[in-house]
Design a protein around this ligand. Structure first.
Ligand code: FAD
Length: 438
């Protein structure tokens, strides 16, 4: 078999993989990234569809998380921010969410509450959980909220935010994880913006930086095995242009999901407790619909958040901030929706019908003027997250030298791509402590 040698091999070029590789190259490690698909980025890629730039996943980024990473590794970063971040539609009225971090929740709960006493009661409980200690992970956010209110507008507002950030339902999220996320939100960023070229601009810029710093990125090159010698990771076997290549490396960083990492290394090498945890990891599903129109259909510049719809929790016109994403004169809009339950079996036909019904109800002229480009129910490893928030795995596997990165391996309280970035940072910090570049 053909052989090659690198300091570190990274399997998968999603956010976690490209973050790890860029930081490793910067630290002087000879790094190879292998990606099974013909393009890099995973759920942070942008594909051309009849002249429209459609994201495989990620739509929005923050300066604190993604911008800081790009600056650190010398990758360009341009983020556009709309005047209003989010506009919440509560009981038929639109309320822009204030941009400033402080008091946002209080203001929005104030709009949704049916009395000042109700708002005060809930805010007091929230403050205690944030300033003192988060509630238990053994109760759901829904159970926690219902101790203080059963107001559908408030429950819907929390559901809306949770769906946007973690895809699952209030009843599926451990209450403690919600407050942990709220407490670290300044670190991952509060102000979200759009990349003019779509999500792929981020991973594309990281790939360019990796190559500029001497790393290599092979697309259409799946890892078919993780090599373990003397109980430690020793590299990977990669299939490139039909030929298997044995890559020797001091450490392996796998971004392909924890279950796939186990399969690539061999199940019998892992202790049963770890396998049990891996078996509990389940993707957070989400429906995404892209549509185009020739005339403006959505007045607001920003994202409209529906708090009382059947499925759709937000929609926006992407071309308002980034006209580059559609052919001249066309608008590109997208809507996101949660599913009735985040656990299979899914009734995909019914889920799509519910999404379309919501769009017809909330966007005047939708049937007449909108042309649907794609509808996808993203699930499993293509879900919003590869795991439900609060159910992440550690970056270090039981096999020395084998790390897993991605949004299924972020620290508790970190969700979506910031979780993937953070997992990459953690893996690299540990590699730098333990291994020297050859
Ligand atoms: C519709 C949607 C909208 C989203 N919107 C946002 C948003 O606005 N903001 C945000 O922060 N996050 C958002 N997310 C979440 C975000 O996209 C993810 O959190 C992030 O991209 C996760 O990256 P990851 O590191 O887990 O890698 P992944 O995206 O899971 O990539 C893993 C890569 O590994 C590759 N791979 C798998 N097996 C192999 C193998 N054997 N060999 C080589 N390569 C392999 C895959 O092909 C893939 O490219 C969204 C997700 C979706 C689906």
């Amino acid at each position: 078999m053909k052989q090659a040698k690198f300091d570190v091999v990274v399997i998968g070029s999603g956010v976690g993989g490209t973050t790890s590789a860029a930081l490793l190259c910067k630290a002087g490690y000879r790094t190879l990234v292998v990606e099974k698909l013909p393009f890099p980025g995973g759920r942070c890629a942008t594909l051309d569809y009849h002249g429209f730039k459609l994201n495989t996943g990620l739509n929005t980024v923050t300066d604190e998380c993604h911008g800081a990473l790009c600056r650190e590794v010398g990758a360009p970063f341009e983020m556009r921010v709309t005047d209003d971040q989010w506009v919440y539609r509560i009981k038929g009225r639109d309320y822009p969410q204030p941009k400033s971090g402080k008091g946002v929740l209080k203001t929005m709960i104030g709009h949704a509450a049916s009395s000042q006493a109700e708002a005060d009661r809930l805010m007091r409980a929230i403050k205690t959980c944030l300033a003192w200690a988060p509630p238990s992970y053994s109760m759901s956010l829904d159970e926690w909220l219902r101790q203080y209110t059963d107001n559908p507008a408030i429950l819907g507002m929390f559901q809306n935010y949770l769906a946007a950030a973690g895809a699952i339902r209030n009843s599926e999220l451990p209450a403690g994880e919600y407050f942990r996320m709220m407490n670290q939100i300044d670190a991952s960023g509060r102000i979200w913006g759009y990349l003019p070229g779509g999500g792929g601009q981020l991973t594309g810029a990281l790939v360019d930086a990796i190559k500029r710093m001497g790393g290599e990125v092979w697309t259409s090159s799946p890892a078919v095995r993780i090599a373990v010698k003397g109980e430690a990771a020793a590299g990977a076997v990669v299939r490139k242009q039909g030929e298997d290549i044995e890559i020797a490396a001091q450490a392996v960083v796998c971004n392909a999901g924890v279950a796939r990492t186990v399969a690539l290394a061999g199940r019998d090498l892992f202790p049963s407790g770890y396998l049990k945890d891996v078996a509990a990891v389940k993707g957070a599903p989400q429906t995404i619909i892209y549509f185009t129109h020739d005339r403006p259909l959505i007045e607001a510049d920003s994202v409209i958040c529906l708090t009382e719809a059947r499925r759709v929790f937000m929609y926006s016109t992407n071309t308002n901030a980034c006209p580059e994403r559609a052919p001249r004169g066309k608008h590109l809009s997208g809507a996101a929706a949660y599913l009735e339950s985040s656990l299979p079996p899914f009734d995909l036909k019914r889920e799509v019908e519910m999404v379309l019904a919501d769009l017809r109800d909330s966007i005047p002229g939708f049937d007449k003027y909108a042309r649907i480009l794609t509808i996808r129910v993203n699930r499993g490893e293509w879900g919003l997250m590869k795991t439900w928030p609060g159910h992440t795995m550690p970056v270090k596997t039981p096999i020395p030298g084998l790390y897993t990165v991605g949004d299924d391996c972020g620290p508790l309280g970190w969700w979506c791509s910031p979780a993937a970035v953070q997992s990459g940072r953690q893996a690299v910090e540990d590699i730098v402590r333990r291994y020297r570049p050859a």
